[in-house]
Design a protein. Structure first.
Length: 355
C-alpha cells in the first residue's frame, strides 16, 4: 500500500466509520478500537492521501481532490465523501481539539492538491506537441535563385509557413478551451456530488439519531416503571417493618424482665452459697438446700441462653432494617436521576421534531 516515495505529514488517532453501502443511512465501525489516521504525500505523483491501516487491511485509502469537503457533524465527529471510492468516511475523535486539528490539516492538503492540479495542467499544455510550434520557427526553404523555378519554390515555402502558424493557433485555442471546459465540468461535478453526499449523510445521521433517542426514551420509561414498582415493594416492606418495630419493643421488654429475673436468682444463689458455708443443724436441711441450689443454677443457665438468643434476634432485626432503609434511599436517588434524564431527553426530542 505505502511505498518509500510517500512520507507521512500528519497523524492522529480516531475511531473509523464507513457509511453502510446497502442502506446509505447507518455508520459501520471499521474496527473495535481507535486507529492511526495519517496524511501522506506522494512526491512522485504529487498527490495527497488519507490512509489508515487496521492489521494488514487498508481501512482508509482516500486520495484528496480539490473538490472534497470535510464536514464537522458534531463536537467530536467529522466526515468526508470520496466519490472515487464510492463511500463516505467518518472519524470519531477523543476531543474537539483533535477534530479541529484534523479539519485544518484537511483544508491545507486540499489547497495543496488544488495547486498541484493547476501546476500539472500548465505543464501538460507546455509539453503538448501541437503547441511546440512557435512563431519564431521557420521551415527550411530552398535557395533563392533568379530563374523561374527558384521563385516558384520560394512562394510555396512561405505559403506553408502561414498555413502551419494558422493551424497551430487553432489547435492551441481548441486545446485551451477544451482543457478549461473539462476542468470546469469536473469541478462542478465533484462539487454537486460532494454536496449530495453531505446532504444524504446528514439526513441519515439525523434519522439514526431520532431512532436511537426513541429507543433510549422507551428504555428509560421501562426502567422508570421498574423503579416505581421497586419503590412500592420497599414501601410495603416498610409497613411490615412497623410491625417488626412492635415485636422489637416486646423483645426488649422481655429481655429486661429476664435480666431482672437472672439478677434476682443470682442474689438468691449467693445467699444460698453463703448459707452453705455455715453449719447446718440437720443433714436433711443441707441436702434440700443443695438440691435447690442445683435447680437454681440450671434455671440460671437456661435464662442466660434465652437472653443470648433474644439479643441475637434483636441484632439481626436492626441490621435488616438498616439494609432496607439504605436500599430505599439508593433507589430513590436513582429514580430522581432517571426522571431528570428522561425530562432532558424529551426536551431534546421535542426540539429535534420541531427542527
Amino acid at each position: 500500500l505505502l511505498s518509500c516515495r510517500e512520507q507521512p505529514i500528519f497523524s492522529t488517532r480516531a475511531h473509523v466509520f464507513q457509511i453502510d453501502p446497502a442502506t446509505k443511512r447507518n455508520w459501520i465501525p471499521a474496527s473495535k478500537h481507535a486507529l492511526t489516521v495519517s496524511y501522506f504525500y506522494d512526491a512522485t505523483r504529487n498527490v495527497y492521501r488519507i490512509i489508515s491501516v487496521g492489521g494488514t487491511k487498508a481501512i482508509i485509502n482516500s486520495t484528496i481532490t480539490p473538490n472534497m469537503t470535510f464536514t464537522k457533524t458534531s463536537q467530536k465527529f467529522g466526515q468526508w465523501a470520496d466519490s472515487r471510492a464510492n463511500t463516505v468516511y467518518g472519524l470519531g475523535f477523543a476531543s474537539e481539539q483533535h477534530l479541529s486539528q484534523f479539519a485544518e490539516k484537511f483544508q491545507e492538503v486540499k489547497e495543496a492538491a488544488r495547486l498541484a492540479r493547476e501546476k500539472s495542467q500548465d505543464k501538460t499544455e507546455l509539453t503538448n506537441p501541437a503547441l511546440n510550434i512557435t512563431s519564431h520557427q521557420v521551415l527550411p526553404s530552398p535557395i533563392i535563385s533568379s530563374n523561374g523555378p527558384g521563385e516558384d519554390k520560394l512562394f510555396r515555402s512561405q505559403s506553408a509557413d502561414v498555413e502551419i502558424t494558422t493551424e497551430k493557433e487553432r489547435l492551441k485555442k481548441m486545446l485551451s478551451e477544451g482543457s478549461v471546459s473539462e476542468v470546469q465540468w469536473e469541478a462542478e461535478f465533484f462539487s454537486l456530488q460532494d454536496n449530495n453526499n453531505k446532504l444524504v449523510a446528514a439526513l441519515h445521521e439525523a434519522n439514526a439519531n431520532v431512532d436511537q433517542w426513541k429507543k433510549q426514551l422507551t428504555a428509560y420509561q421501562e426502567e422508570t416503571e421498574t423503579l416505581r414498582q421497586r419503590v412500592a415493594e420497599l414501601e410495603s416492606q416498610g409497613t411490615q417493618d412497623s410491625s417488626s418495630e412492635n415485636n422489637k419493643e416486646d423483645l426488649s421488654q422481655t429481655l429486661e424482665e429476664l435480666e431482672l429475673l437472672i439478677k434476682a436468682k443470682d442474689e438468691e444463689i449467693q445467699m444460698l452459697k453463703s448459707q452453705k458455708c455455715g453449719r447446718w443443724e440437720a443433714e436433711g436441711e443441707r441436702e434440700e438446700t443443695l438440691q435447690k441450689l442445683q435447680e437454681l443454677e440450671a434455671r440460671n443457665a437456661e435464662l442466660e441462653q434465652r437472653l443470648h438468643l433474644a439479643e441475637q434476634t434483636l441484632a439481626e432485626t436492626l441490621a435488616e432494617r438498616e439494609k432496607i432503609q439504605t436500599e430505599v434511599t439508593k433507589v430513590a436517588e436513582i429514580m430522581d436521576v432517571k426522571i431528570f434524564e428522561l425530562s432532558e431527553l424529551r426536551q431534546g426530542l421535542a426540539k429535534l421534531v420541531e427542527s
